[in-house]
Design a protein around this ligand. Structure first.
Ligand code: CMC
Length: 392
């Protein structure tokens, strides 16, 4: 095999250099452009973090205001793109609807094909950031048979998304500031995570010089998988199954330990974090307040807490250094906010979009970039002679 090194799952291989996100998996550190996630979660906003990830610096007040107003002016979808949603079955999962719509969005901006045209890349960046929430809200409205709402540009992108998701055209929508704040925090926590599966996909597709729309669409599909972004949906389904089985957490943990039918403890484990996931630590603090808002408690939260406690004391999980990851609690929070389970991974996509864009742009601007083309270790037949069909 010559000089080829086998590294299944890229456990030890760096595919690029990057100045965007720093992770120390043993110490549980996550920083965007050098800023600790704890500080950004407490003091910043998703809008500001988006700017930071993409442009490398925190914006001045003026830059932030200009960025905000530019985004607000691009939230509308082309009317023909709206027709697109009619082509899906009503029970379609919104993730493939989202990725298809982003792919289709590219066809409305034919000038965006050249990845080295900086002005177009900038415009595509704004369009994607402004329109993905609109697309996500329409995917949801389609699934419940309700009319689409036009965006209202007097609102911020996060506010607008909530209004287009939960509002009705015929009546005013009262924004709940707690909800806006909680969603903003969750989006910040998901905004980038260096070379994870979807981001690596965005870079790999982009390395062929495919444009931003095509690359991000591919990233959304990578995020759909249950081992990646789909985990937040899988966690809630797991908790519901445990509840339906009478709430027997021990029985479930034993199933995982005995590897019955490939059952995993969803929301646990991470390729990089081996002591704790700093995002999970931040979320856990918020989870209680949001979930128990207005005195309504969720029995699934109790199951989650028992399950977490049980796993953290069990040698199977301890010896494998498996801890709750960001998705262990997000599903419960999204549920408390009123989102149906199918929308959870879509919310992850909205959060991760700035990271995908920042990473794609960094790759395109990097003179070292080459097309991504892994090698392999061949294990098939050596040479053999063709056998005619009547002799097989
Ligand atoms: N439940 C039970 N066992 C597990 C789990 C789990 N959640 N995660 C890992 N293991 C076991 C695994 O079977 C292996 O055991 P052994 O060595 O005895 O075969 C050992 O722990 C090491 O795991 P691995 O599969 O080599 O680890 P990985 O780095 O390839 O996988 C992971 C990382 C996140 C895909 C995995 O931990 C997992 O499948 N977790 C559940 C899905 C999940 O919550 N995903 C969200 C990740 S965070 C958000 C995101 O980035 O999308």
């Amino acid at each position: 095999t010559g000089n080829v090194t086998l590294d299944i799952g890229f456990v030890n291989t760096a595919s690029c250099t990057s100045a965007i996100t720093y992770i120390d998996g043993d110490a549980g550190i996550l920083r965007y452009r050098g800023y600790p996630i704890e500080q950004l979660a407490e003091k910043s906003s998703f809008l500001e973090v988006t700017y930071l990830l993409i442009h490398g610096e925190l914006p001045t007040a003026e830059q932030l205001a200009a960025f905000d107003s530019r985004l607000r002016r691009h939230t509308l979808l082309h009317e023909d793109l709206k027709e697109f949603f009619g082509g899906f079955p009503r029970d379609a999962h919104p993730m493939p609807v989202l990725s298809s719509a982003v792919s289709a969005l590219g066809t409305f901006y034919q000038d965006s094909l050249d990845p080295f045209d900086e002005e177009q890349v900038d415009l595509s960046t704004i369009r994607l950031l402004a329109k993905l929430p609109t697309i996500a809200a329409y995917a949801y409205k389609k699934s419940i048979g309700q009319p689409f709402l036009y965006p209202d540009n007097s609102l911020s992108v996060t506010e607008n998304f909530l209004r287009m998701t939960f509002g009705f055209p015929a009546e005013p929508y009262d924004l709940d500031p707690d909800l806006v704040k909680a969603l903003d925090l969750l989006l910040i926590l998901h905004a980038d995570h260096e070379q994870n599966c979807s981001t690596s996909t965005v870079r790999l597709v982009g390395s062929s010089q495919a444009n931003l729309f095509a690359s991000v669409s591919a990233g959304i599909n990578a995020l759909f998988g249950p081992l990646h972004g789909g985990a937040n949906q899988a966690v809630l389904e797991m908790l519901s199954d445990i509840e339906a089985d009478g709430g027997d957490v021990d029985a479930f943990v034993n199933k995982v330990k005995n590897r019955e039918a490939g059952v995993k403890l969803m929301g646990f484990g991470h390729r990089v974090y081996k002591n704790y996931d700093p995002r999970a630590a931040i979320i856990k603090k918020t989870a209680d307040t949001i979930i128990n808002k207005d005195g309504v408690s969720d029995p699934l939260l109790d199951i989650a807490l028992t399950l977490e406690q049980r796993a953290l004391e069990d040698d199977y999980f301890v010896s494998r250094r498996l801890y709750p990851n960001v998705d262990f609690y997000t599903g419960l929070i999204y549920k408390a906010m009123g989102f149906p389970t199918k929308m959870f991974t879509v919310l992850f996509a909205l959060g991760r979009l700035p990271g995908w864009i920042a990473q794609w742009r960094e790759m395109i601007e990097d003179p070292q970039t080459k097309i991504g083309r892994p090698r392999q270790v061949y294990t098939g037949y050596t040479e053999r002679d063709y056998v005619p069909v009547d002799a097989r």
